[in-house]
Design a protein around this ligand. Structure first.
Ligand code: AGP
Length: 612
C-alpha cells in the first residue's frame, strides 16, 4: 500500500527516484510524484495515474537536484487526483512529505491545525503531517537538530501507521525518515544513500542495507546516516548485506512478472527445500530452536494468514495433522485478530506472509504473543516486519515476487509447510519413517514434475481464449483439491475480473447448484484417487445442467467425458496442490491477457496490504 523512495548523493535524484517507483509500483498505482530540492527550493512533480506519467512529465528530466523523495499511491483517503497525490507540502512550502500508511486521527489534527490558521488542499490524511512539522518547527522544539525535533514532535501527535520521508529547503543536506508499522529500508552507497519501502527498489545501486525498526528515526546525509530511537537517543546500526540478484526483480524477457513467476516455481521450490530436505537424512531447520518436548506440549496449532497465503495454510494443515497428529486450525488474520481465539502457551501460531508486512497478519501475531503462545513466521522477505515480531522465522526462498497475484510464493509456502510438518513428525516420531522417506522423495521430485505441468501452457492459453468472455465460473474440489479450487478462483477474480466461486464439490447441491445453467464454466480439480469417484459424480451433476467443464487431474479419466482435461503428473496427495494449482494460475493469466487487462497490476489491488 503505497511505495516510497528517497535519495541523497552525488548524482541526479530524479532517475533514481522514478526507477525506484517503477519497482515499487506493485504497492500502489493510483498516482505518483516526486519532490526534489532544486536551487534551494522544493520542486514537486506529481499527477494521478501510473508512475510512467512521471517519465516524461514536462520539466522533470531537467531537474539537476541530487536530493529528493518520491511516492506511488494506493488511495485510502481521497480519490486518485493530482491534489491527493504525494508529496504533500506545508502551507509555507518549506517541508515536503511522502507517507505510506494511515493516520487514524487525521480529522482531529486537521481541526486543530485549521484552528491555528492552516488550510488544506487535499482530502488526504497525509497533508496534516507537513503542516504539523511546520507548526512544531515555528513553535520551537527542545532539540539541537530542530528539523528532527519538529518531525519527532509531529510524529508524537500521530496515531496510526507510517513510513515517512521529509525534506526541507531549510535543511538541504538531509532526508529525515521514520517508520511505524509500515516498511522502510535504507541503502548505503558511496557518497550517496537511498531510502525505499523495500530492498529491490534500490538493489540496482547497492547491496548494503539498514533495516529500520518501528519507531526508529534516521537522518540521512550524503555521506553518513544517524539513527535515533523514539526518544531521539542516537545509536549505531549494523549494515546488512543482501545477497539478492538485482535482475531477479526484472522481467527477463517475459511479458509480465506473473508469467515469469509462474515459470520460476521449479527453481523457487528447489531453493526452498535446499539444505532442509536431504534424502536418507532427517530434515533440518538450522535456526529453528523448536524441541521435541515443546512439540509434545502443544495441544493446538493455528495457521493464520490472508488471501493466497491463507490458502497455502489450508494445505499445510492437512500435512501437519496427518504427519504430526496435532490439531490445526486455519484462520483469516482479519477475523482471528478480533475474535478472541483460545490461545495459551500450549498453542503454536504459524503466520504466513509473502511480504511479511500484511497489517492484519502482523496484528494477529502480536495478539498471540500477548496471550503467551509462541509464534512462527513463514515469509519470503528477509528482514520484513513479521521476522522482527515472531519468535521464529522460516523463509521461503522464492525470490522477489512482484506481480500482485501471488504464484510462486504460494507453492513455496505449501512446500515449506510440508517440509516443516515432516521435520516436526521426525522430532515427534509421530509417523512411520519409511512413509516419511517416500514423501521426501516425492517432494524432491516436485521441481521436475512442475516443469512437465508448465508444458501445458499452450493448452491453457487455448482454453482461456475460448472462455474469457464468461461472467461467472465455479471451481470444485474435495479435500486439498478444494483448497486449490479456492486459490484458482481467487486468481481468476483478481486478475481477470470474472466473478468466480470455489465450492467443496459435495456442498454444491446444498444451494449453489441453482446457479448452474447452460454454458457456464465449471472447473474441477481431481487429484486424490480415493475421492475421485465422488468428485466425478458432482461434476456430472453440473454437466447434466448444461455446464462446460475443465478438469485438472493426475488420473486417467478415459471413461468420462469433459470439455477440457489437463493432465498433471501423479504425486502424494499432500503435495498435489503444488502441481494442480499451476494450470489454474496459467488459465487466470491467459484469461486476463486475452481480455487485454494489466495482469501484474489489477485494479483496486496492491501487493502488500499494510492497512487494515
Ligand atoms: C494473492 O494473489 C493476493 N494478491 C493476496 O491474497 C495476498 O496473498 C495477501 O494479500 C497476503 O499477502 P502476504 O502473503 O504478503 O501477507
Amino acid at each position: 500500500m503505497c511505495g516510497i523512495v528517497g535519495y541523497i548523493g552525488n548524482k541526479k535524484a530524479v532517475p533514481v527516484l522514478v526507477n525506484g517507483l517503477h519497482c515499487l509500483e506493485y504497492r500502489g498505482y493510483d498516482s505518483a510524484g516526486i519532490a526534489v530540492l532544486e536551487n534551494n527550493k522544493i520542486v514537486v512533480k506529481k499527477d494521478k495515474g501510473r508512475v510512467a506519467n512521471l517519465d516524461n512529465m514536462p520539466g522533470i528530466n531537467d531537474l539537476e537536484a541530487s536530493i529528493g523523495i518520491a511516492h506511488t499511491r494506493w488511495a485510502t483517503h481521497g480519490k486518485p487526483s493530482m491534489e491527493n497525490s504525494h508529496p504533500h507540502m506545508d502551507n509555507s512550502n518549506q517541508f515536503a512529505v511522502v507517507h505510506n500508511g494511515i493516520i487514524e486521527n487525521y480529522n482531529e489534527l486537521r481541526a486543530f491545525l485549521t484552528e491555528k490558521g492552516y488550510h488544506f488542499l487535499s482530502q488526504t490524511d497525509t497533508e496534516v503531517i507537513p503542516n504539523l512539522i511546520h507548526y512544531h518547527y515555528t513553535k520551537g522544539v527542545d532539540c539541537e537538530d530542530t528539523f528532527l525535533g519538529a518531525i519527532h514532535a509531529a510524529v508524537n501527535d500521530l496515531k496510526g501507521s507510517y513510513a515517512l520521508e521529509v525534506i526541507s529547503n531549510l535543511f538541504p543536506d538531509r532526508v529525515v525518515v521514520v517508520r511505524k508499522d509500515s516498511p522502510l529500508v535504507l541503502g548505503k552507497g558511496k557518497e550517496e544513500n537511498y531510502v525505499a519501502s523495500d530492498i529491490p527498489a534500490v538493489l540496482a545501486y547497492t547491496k548494503d542495507f539498514y533495516l529500520l525498526e518501528d519507531n526508529e528515526y534516521a537522518v540521512v546525509y550524503q555521506d553518513h546516516v544517524q539513527f535515533y530511537d523514539s526518544n531521539l537517543v542516537e545509536h549505531v546500526k549494523e549494515v546488512k548485506v543482501i545477497e539478492w540478484d538485482a535482475t531477479a526483480a526484472e522481467k527477463n524477457g517475459y511479458e509480465d512478472f506473473m508469467l515469469k513467476e509462474i515459470h520460476e516455481q521449479p527453481m523457487a521450490i528447489r531453493e526452498t527445500i535446499k539444505n532442509r530436505l536431504n534424502l536418507g537424512e532427517k530434515c533440518l531447520f538450522k535456526d529453528l530452536a523448536i524441541t521435541k518436548e515443546y512439540l509434545q506440549s502443544l495441544n493446538k496449532i493455528y495457521i493464520v494468514a490472508c488471501g493466497t497465503a491463507m490458502h497455502a495454510g489450508l494445505v499445510g494443515k492437512d500435512a501437519i495433522e496427518k504427519l504430526c497428529k496435532i490439531p490445526v486450525e486455519v484462520d483469516i488474520a482479519s477475523e482471528f485478530r478480533y475474535r478472541d481465539p483460545i490461545i495459551d502457551e500450549k498453542t503454536l501460531c504459524i503466520y504466513i506472509s509473502q511480504s511479511g508486512e500484511t497489517a492484519d497478519t502482523l496484528a494477529a501475531l502480536k495478539l498471540a504473543k500477548r496471550k503467551g503462545a509462541k509464534t512462527l513466521a513463514v515469509t519470503n522477505v528477509i528482514g520484513s516486519s513479521i521476522t522482527r515480531e515472531a519468535d521464529y522465522t522460516v523463509y521461503t526462498y522464492a525470490g522477489p515476487e512482484i506481480a500482485v497475484a501471488s504464484t510462486k510464493a504460494y507453492t513455496s509456502q505449501v512446500v515449506l509447510l510440508t517440509v516443516l510438518a515432516v521435520y516436526f513428525a521426525e522430532l515427534l516420531g509421530s509417523y512411520e519413517e519409511a512413509k516419511l522417506e517416500e514423501l521426501k522423495t516425492e517432494i524432491s521430485g516436485l521441481p521436475a514434475k512442475l516443469e512437465t505441468v508448465l508444458e501445458e501452457e499452450k493448452t491453457l492459453k487455448d482454453i482461456a481464449e475460448k472462455i474469457y468472455t464468461e461472467h461467472d465460473m465455479y471451481f470444485l474440489g474435495r479435500g486439498s483439491d478444494y483448497h486449490v479450487a479456492m486459490e484458482g478462483s481467487l486468481k481468476v477474480k483478481e486478475i481477470s475480473y470474472i466473478h468466480s466461486e470455489a465450492y467443496a464439490s459435495g456442498e454444491l447441491k446444498h444451494g449453489t447448484i441453482a446457479l448452474i445453467e447452460n454454458g457456464i464454466t465449471v472447473i474441477g480439480v481431481l487429484t486424490n484417487p480415493e475421492l475421485t469417484p465422488k468428485s466425478i459424480s458432482n461434476i456430472q451433476e453440473v454437466v447434466s445442467r448444461g455446464a462446460k467443464t475443465l478438469v485438472v487431474t493426475n488420473q486417467d479419466l478415459a471413461n468420462v467425458s469433459f470439455d477440457y482435461v489437463v493432465r498433471i503428473p501423479e504425486t502424494n496427495s499432500l503435495i498435489s496442490p503444488i502441481l494442480s494449482v499451476v494450470p489454474l494460475q496459467l488459465l487466470a493469466y491467459y484469461i486476463s491477457k486475452t481480455k487485454g487487462l494489466d495482469v501484474d497490476k489489477p485494479r483496486n489491488l496492491a501487493k502488500s496490504v499494510t492497512v487494515e
